[in-house]
Design a protein around this ligand. Structure first.
Ligand SMILES: [Zn+2]
Length: 300
């Protein structure tokens, strides 16, 4: 199962199944894509790690979607903590994200979600574009990590026992640019969905799930961000006694929809009187993209 010749570091997603256990999962690694996204934002290190974790979660869920053209949005809105807003989305491998935070606040490592966000919630929205299906989950920002919050939501609301592990490696020292690497593993048990008609009261107690979850739970942050350990090698290490099928998924890239042409299209939907109010003395409308930290001066 170990694939030779596949670059172990580059940005990628790898879907997998453990058919005998009715489990499916995803391995994600974010490298150049993560650094390209972070380069637009001079955040303190703990917030870089938080955004990297959120981007990895978004990619894990995004790569799990049945359709390539779907979109996954992960957004946290909060009051009374350091972070007011965090937004990430994924569409066909295109990933982007940013956060807004209180620059006066003291940020330290290992802050709990309530310390980071105060009171708030995480909304995860999945849009399947071709079938126009949309579903949204709302998760309270409690506990010690975004991954744990999302795991709980999948298990309780979706009745899809889920385990997630995320690792973020790097440092903001020496400017910190270019040196971040994140990795994630998601595994879910499909007993209910896959066994036609007959509902198994499987849940967290199903022996197949207990088995694969126990194996997957041994994954460490170091393994997820080990530049010399490919996704295939990681799966082999975890599930070498099982038959595992792998399905390469889309390669994550930094993507944003903030082209000048797109923004102009949006602006042209406003009535002329409103556009007149938005124009500066050079006749341009200034629009900024929070994802890219870019300001566009648009003639519209
Ligand atoms: Zn943008």
């Amino acid at each position: 199962m170990v694939a030779e010749g596949i670059a172990p570091t580059a940005d990628r997603t790898l879907g997998f199944m453990v058919p005998a256990r009715n489990a499916r999962g995803q391995v994600v690694r974010l490298d150049a894509t993560l650094n390209a996204i972070l380069a637009a934002h001079p955040y303190p290190e703990p917030l870089i790690r938080l955004l990297a974790e959120a981007l990895t979660l978004t990619a894990l869920v995004g790569a799990t979607m049945r359709q390539d053209d779907g979109q996954v949005t992960v957004q946290a809105q909060a009051k009374g903590g350091v972070v007011e807003l965090l937004a990430c989305d994924w569409r066909a491998g295109e990933l982007r994200g940013y956060l807004k935070f209180d620059e006066q606040a003291v940020v330290s490592e290992a802050m709990s979600l309530p310390a980071l966000f105060g009171k708030g919630y995480l909304a995860i929205t999945v849009d399947q574009v071709s079938s126009e299906e949309r579903w949204q989950g709302i998760v309270p920002l409690e506990g010690h990590s975004l991954a744990a919050a999302l795991e709980g939501w999948f298990s309780q609301s979706e009745q899809l026992p889920t385990l997630m592990r995320i690792g973020v490696a790097g440092s903001a020292e020496n400017g910190g640019m270019g040196g971040w690497l994140a990795g994630g593993l998601l595994i879910q048990h499909l007993a209910r969905a896959e066994i036609g008609g007959e509902r198994l009261d499987a849940g967290e107690q199903h022996p197949d799930w207990e088995h694969v979850a126990a194996l997957a739970a041994t994954t460490t942050a170091d393994e997820l961000t080990d530049i010399d350990l490919s996704a295939e090698q990681l799966l082999w290490r975890l599930f070498h006694e099982e038959q595992v099928r792998v399905v390469p998924g889309p390669t994550p890239v930094k993507g944003c929809r903030c082209s000048a042409a797109h923004i102009r299209d949006v602006l042209m939907r406003f009535p002329e009187s409103e556009r007149a109010e938005m124009r500066d003395d050079k006749g341009l409308i200034s629009v900024d993209c929070q994802f890219c930290s870019r300001v566009f001066g648009i003639a519209a």
